[in-house]
Design a protein around this ligand. Structure first.
Ligand code: IMP
Ligand code: MG
Length: 178
């Protein structure tokens, strides 16, 4: 589909399922090379990252585990400064090699918050795998170790990303028509 309606807005197809698949495989290949014998713990950020995390984990052929945290800063199509931890860690990550798995970094406020919180648990290492980055919106300074692709500063839905909870099930990425 070229054009979709999600809730009350119109979106245009922007990134194909094929491109997404390639990006996920590239990240998986790099992680496998870096984490041999280290049993990393993927830490996926709910809700948006659930599809990317599932695909990334299936693409990994090294032993690994997954857990979830839930952070939210978005209301509608706007990022806010008010980051909330909605579901926290429920296991000991002390001494573990953590790969935070996120769908998209926009301002970076949410991820900055999460990365700071994680340090308090004394993990052995923390790296970040992220499907999309909006460099024009990014105002923080953390490094994205495994980045899928940079995108313009537009609002997108699909592949786990939502507009007011809708559109996550779209298998491709759609961009808001202005
Ligand atoms: P940040 O704190 O501004 O970096 O926002 C990050 C979070 O906002 C991400 O984890 C997403 O859940 C959500 N988000 C950012 N940009 C978009 C978008 O274009 N579409 C849908 N959700 C987004
Ligand atoms: Mg998210």
């Amino acid at each position: 589909m070229e054009i979709v309606e999600v809730k009350d807005k119109v979106f245009k197809r922007f990134i194909s399922g094929h491109q997404i698949k390639q990006v996920v495989q590239e990240i998986a290949t790099r992680i496998e090379a870096d984490y041999k014998g280290q049993n990393p713990l993927l830490l996926a950020v709910l809700n948006g990252a659930f599809i990317f995390a599932a695909d990334l984990m299936r693409a990994l052929t090294i032993p690994c585990q997954i857990s979830f945290v839930k952070y939210a800063s978005y209301v509608g199509t706007k990022s806010t400064e008010d980051v909330k931890e909605l579901i926290g860690l429920n296991e000991d990550i002390k001494g573990r090699h953590i790969i935070v798995v996120e769908d998209i970094v926009d301002s970076g406020i949410t991820m900055d918050h999460l990365l700071r919180d994680l340090k308090n648990y004394n993990p052995a290492s923390v790296k970040l795998a992220c499907c999309f980055l909006k460099p024009e919106a990014f105002i923080k300074s953390f490094n994205i170790d495994y980045l899928g692709m940079e995108i313009p500063n537009d609002f997108i839905v699909g592949y786990g990303l939502d507009y007011d909870g809708y559109g996550r099930n779209l298998p491709e990425i759609y961009k808001l028509e202005n």
